[in-house]
Design a protein around this ligand. Structure first.
Ligand code: TGC
Ligand code: FAD
Length: 425
């Protein structure tokens, strides 16, 4: 028999190329040595660290799958491995990076003119400028088809009106990919807007109870006038923003497994060190079961993401496959992180034990990019009373939400694929 390695139970390592391992190791070293020491301060102050994207850019971690324009041209599996390493530290840092790569660089590369690519991609790849992606609106989140933002063609260009909300990176973005309903043919198209445009503002949404190291904001467009070269000419219809979501959702499926790996590593170490009843916590069967359940979900979730990544690289991926791994891995990560959090006892409350922060973040990863409820009713155990608006209380909301949630956009996408009946409306 081969020797069992609990840290890599199904030998993922043997399925990666040498290049993917090298990229993963570079990302891991950077994240552990440079991001981890900053995460607590970022979480407590909710301040954006402007050095991080340029640092990632220097290592080729931004828009890595794009060929040319200063990008690394890696496999989709390598992209997933990068997301996993960043989110091992914090989902917010992964959000910042995946919006830049999948939701800003990807649409410019996929739908832009050569001039737009030359103008924006090299600077985005270096992290010199920050990007944001505006699809969600105050009245249209799960249902972007109803968007109210409009673009009207006028002499010399377009005028955009409308608002977007809950937009990652918006308050610090230099460039916005904004989706609008075009008045002349009622089709959704993408526009590249620079932050200096008159009538455009992007205030922050402050005091979040999760994803605090990633800035989030609104985008307000009050008769924003742009020339024709702001239009992403190959965009036509909702399929265009959804194709960007495919890339981001795929990355999130890897990322959340990294966050759960960190939860397991930390709670395992704690359980070995902490003694009760004259024995280490790790010697109790119930504690071992929690760790084993979580590690099993990580091993299975990573295999699923790897398979989807390989199919993506081979041009054989279907969006429903991405919905499946996004839904499964986000749901399992939240559920299992919540369970291993219990191992910390009272210390679960303290942000310097890190796991509570991951649990709060993982609630959001289940919400954005197609919302999804937690997968099992077991999450309802040991409900403490709601006590206020601190992070512990937020975790309680998460737990309650886990038990009652029937909402699940990705379940409906897969349900439609299985039955042929769409159940959204
Ligand atoms: P539906 O009629 O199903 O589709 C409209 C058109 O789009 C095409 N399409 C896709 N194309 C490519 N990839 C996909 N995944 C696609 N899904 C659909 C479809 O074929 C159709 O094309 P055509 O040519 O026939 O017109 O659309 P619907 O209005 O019924 O909506 C369906 C639903 C609910 C699945 C969809 O609207 C949805 O996914 N809603 C969730 C919204 C969402 O995920 N928003 C995310 C916002 S961005 C974000 O959260 C970033 S957070 C990032 C971070 O910080 O990390
Ligand atoms: P709603 O659509 O109002 O849904 C509320 C609940 O109802 C959910 O549980 C949902 O599952 C359920 N529901 C809705 N429709 C159905 C149905 N047909 N059947 C069953 N249940 C249903 N958006 C961007 O465009 N760009 C970004 O960069 C971005 N970043 C974000 C960052 C953060 C921190 C957060 C919190 C959100 C971000 N979002 C972003 C927005 C995110 O994509 C939306 O919050 C998400 O799509 C859900 O939309 P909503 O909040 O309007 O919820």
């Amino acid at each position: 028999f081969a020797k069992f390695n609990w840290e890599d139970p199904l030998n993922l390592e043997s399925q990666l190329t040498d290049e993917e391992i090298a990229i993963r190791d570079t990302a891991r070293q950077y994240c552990q040595e440079n991001l981890l020491p900053r995460v607590l301060k970022g979480w407590r102050t909710e301040e954006f660290d402007h050095d991080i994207l340029p640092e990632m850019g220097k290592l080729g971690l931004l828009g890595p799958t794009i060929q040319g324009y200063g990008c690394a041209g890696t496999s989709n599996v390598a992209y997933g491995l990068i997301a996993r390493e960043i989110e091992r530290v914090d989902s917010g840092y992964r959000s910042t990076a995946s919006v830049q790569s999948s939701l800003v660089m990807h649409p410019i590369n996929e739908f832009g003119t050569e001039a737009q690519k030359e103008k924006y991609l090299p600077r985005l790849a270096k992290g010199e400028i920050v990007g944001a992606f505006g699809l969600t609106e105050p009245n249209h989140g799960s249902d972007p088809a109803g968007m109210e933002t409009t673009a009207e063609e006028v002499d010399g260009g377009f005028i955009l009106n409308g608002s977007k909300t809950w937009i990652s990176n918006a308050p610090v973005a230099d460039v916005f990919i904004v989706w609008a309903n075009c008045k002349w043919d009622n089709k959704v198209r993408g526009f590249i807007l620079d932050k200096s445009l008159k009538g455009l503002s992007a205030p922050a949404i402050k005091n979040k109870v999760a994803l605090r190291v990633s800035l989030t904001g609104s985008i307000f467009m009050d008769s924003v006038r742009v020339s024709h070269d702001a239009l992403l000419p190959q965009t036509k219809g909702l399929g265009s923003p959804f194709s960007c979501l495919n890339s981001a959702r795929y990355g999130i499926s890897w990322g959340v497994m990294g966050a759960l790996e960190d939860c397991v590593e930390r709670t395992r170490a704690y359980a070995l060190e902490r003694h009760q009843f004259k024995r280490p916590l790790a010697s109790f069967q119930l504690v071992q079961k929690k760790l084993v359940d979580a590690q099993t979900e990580i091993a299975l979730g990573l295999q699923a993401s790897l398979q989807v990544g390989r199919l993506k690289d081979a041009g054989k991926v279907a969006p429903e496959m991405i919905s499946m791994v996004k839904r499964n891995n986000c749901g399992k990560a939240l559920q299992q992180a919540r369970i291993v959090l219990d191992i910390l006892g009272g210390n679960a409350c303290a942000d310097e034990y890190y796991v509570g922060r991951h649990v709060a973040n993982l609630q959001v990863t289940n919400t954005y990019e197609g919302s999804s409820g937690c997968l099992k009713s077991e999450c309802t155990t040991d409900l403490p009373p709601y006590t206020g608006t601190n992070v512990r209380s937020f975790l309680i909301i998460v737990i309650i939400q886990c038990s009652h949630s029937i909402q699940d956009i990705h379940a409906l996408i897969l349900g439609k694929a299985m039955t042929g009946i769409q159940a959204f409306y």
